[in-house]
Write a protein that binds this ligand. Structure first.
Ligand code: FAD
Ligand code: NAD
Length: 158
């Protein structure tokens, strides 16, 4: 099977969009990710899947911490920025909770300590133990068939 067929099929699964953040020695990094799920209530665990070549992978290995910021429909540019899809660099001001950088105005920021990690093919699955949560009201940014969408106008693509 070719890669395009696999990606097209996975793209049929509509998701929200997150930006994973972590920091080391005062440097903050962000990476757009839609491979995110809730895993367990007791203890409270979530999962992300990070490509082996992503700089974020090395950084999470070293810091042992990450935050999952669930994006609102107003944060498409943040998704593009942290996926390397914007031509220009942007300065982003992060907020801080418990020493974790969080992306302001996200629908939810889920602070995690790495609980377990599994290499799976060309990605690493990080299971995070949730240590704190910050939430805001709003509607989500969606990703379906490789395009951004929103709930109010699902046919709006970008
Ligand atoms: P880089 O490529 O170095 O960083 C990404 C971009 O973020 C760069 O342009 C960088 O300049 C910018 N950036 C980082 N930190 C800052 C900062 N502090 N201030 C300003 N700009 C900053 N990949 C996965 O592994 N797993 C997924 O689940 C996943 N889901 C995705 C979902 C969507 C909708 C999209 C569009 C992409 C997804 N990707 C996913 C791909 C991933 O976002 C890109 O491959 C990403 O560029 C890899 O990040 P990196 O850690 O190598 O960092
Ligand atoms: P796309 O058509 O590549 O994505 C559709 C779906 O395919 C995604 O939602 C995801 O479920 C899956 N997918 C895509 N690339 C993958 C990968 N390398 N590993 C595992 N699953 C993958 O959409 P697009 O707009 O062309 O994506 C933009 C870029 O972001 C591409 O370079 C893509 O590879 C990357 N991306 C990576 C992941 C991931 O690593 N899990 C997820 C989404 C997008």
């Amino acid at each position: 099977m070719d890669d395009r067929t696999f990606r097209n099929a996975m793209g049929k699964f509509a998701t929200g969009v997150t930006v994973i953040t972590t920091s080391q020695n005062g440097e903050v990094r962000g990476m757009t990710a839609n491979a995110f799920m809730s895993v367990s209530l007791d203890p409270k665990l979530v999962l992300i899947s990070v490509g082996e070549k992503a700089k974020m992978n090395e950084m999470i290995k070293e810091t042992g911490k990450f935050t999952v910021n669930i994006l609102s429909e107003d944060q498409k540019e943040m998704s593009m920025l942290f996926a390397g899809q914007l031509k220009e660099d942007r300065k982003v001001d992060f907020d801080w909770i418990d020493g974790h950088p969080i992306l302001p105005n996200s629908l939810a920021s889920i602070l995690c300590d790495v609980y377990d990690a599994h290499i799976a093919g060309d990605h690493t699955l990080y299971i995070g133990k949730v240590t704190n949560i910050h939430m805001n009201d709003g509607d989500p940014l969606l990703f379906f068939e490789g395009k951004y969408r929103n709930i109010a106008n699902p046919s709006n693509v970008g």
